[in-house]
Design a binder for this molecule. Structure first.
Ligand SMILES: [Zn+2]
Length: 276
């Protein structure tokens, strides 16, 4: 049995002060090879970018279905976040896989429930697992050997009552209502990102009832119970709280270290080397 607790160890090139969730600043990027991640099993890499990194030239990384989806978004912010998420994932994965140009990286989105084309994106050969999330100005791509899920959320606005009823168990909902009002939003978002990351790691998306995913919210957080064949103790969970954003990462297996990298330079200098 794999017993795993995901602990944060900022290493491999990013100082905490340059973490986008800590300070808004981004570090210098570094090149990674697939071998590095393979050698470092037990690691999950987070690649960060911003909505403003979206540029027209990135659209040629999208396949036909992604291009149609890109044009269907009704608002610019959604369109930009989708483009940056997709492009960043392909640019990052092309480096891990040694597959150039990056548009050779193709995703399949087969839904595990119905077989439709709206499931969690995956690599065709399944050599590496990844997950994409975006909220507000931030986009993040998680890459790991085991199945992984990431969720970042901006801590802003109100929490609609029906969202609480949909996401939290009765017990969690009662605990939330006893918190001082200034702490409620942060606590809810934290819990939401944890449940979402766990569901994404399982590849279950919205088909997994978030009310049935119970997490011990202490630090580090721990999955206590969920309606899935994988034992809760075999799911690694990690949460990082910053003033404006909260991110959670879940992995279906051993994962002890989170490494953060700046993906913005990859998107900016996507010229020669990625086009040939
Ligand atoms: Zn489906």
């Amino acid at each position: 049995m794999i017993r795993s607790v995901m602990k944060e160890r900022m290493e491999c090139g990013l100082r905490p002060a340059t973490d986008p969730l800590a300070s808004g600043a981004l570090s210098a990027n570094r090149e990674l090879a697939c071998r590095e991640l393979a050698d470092a099993s037990g690691c999950c890499d987070l690649w960060w970018a911003r909505r403003v990194d979206g540029r027209e030239g990135l659209t040629d990384l999208l396949d036909d279905a992604e291009t149609r989806r890109f044009h269907r978004f009704g608002c610019d912010a959604d369109r930009e976040r989708f483009l940056v998420g997709c492009a960043l994932a392909k640019l990052v994965l092309s480096r891990y896989l040694g597959l150039r140009p990056a548009r050779k990286v193709r995703f399949v989105r087969r839904c595990t429930e119905c077989g439709g084309p709206h499931g969690k994106p995956r690599l065709q050969d399944g050599e590496l697992e990844f997950s994409i999330s975006h909220s507000g100005e931030l986009i993040v791509v998680a890459v790991a050997k085991p199945a992984v899920g990431v969720d970042v959320e901006e801590v802003t606005g109100d929490i609609p009552k029906d969202l609480i009823d949909m996401a939290l168990s009765e017990q969690e909902s009662a605990a939330l209502s006893h918190l001082p009002s200034c702490e409620r939003l942060r606590s809810f978002v934290r819990s939401w990102t944890q449940k979402e990351a766990i569901a994404k790691a399982a590849g279950a998306g919205m088909s997994l009832d978030p009310r049935a995913i119970l997490v011990d919210p202490s630090d580090p957080p721990r999955l206590l119970e969920w309606p899935h064949c994988t034992a809760p103790q075999d799911v690694a969970l990690f949460t990082r709280v910053a003033p404006k954003y909260i991110v959670s990462v879940a992995a279906m297996g051993r994962c002890e270290t989170i490494r953060s990298y700046d993906g913005s330079p990859l998107l900016a200098r996507r010229t020669g080397e990625d086009l040939v």
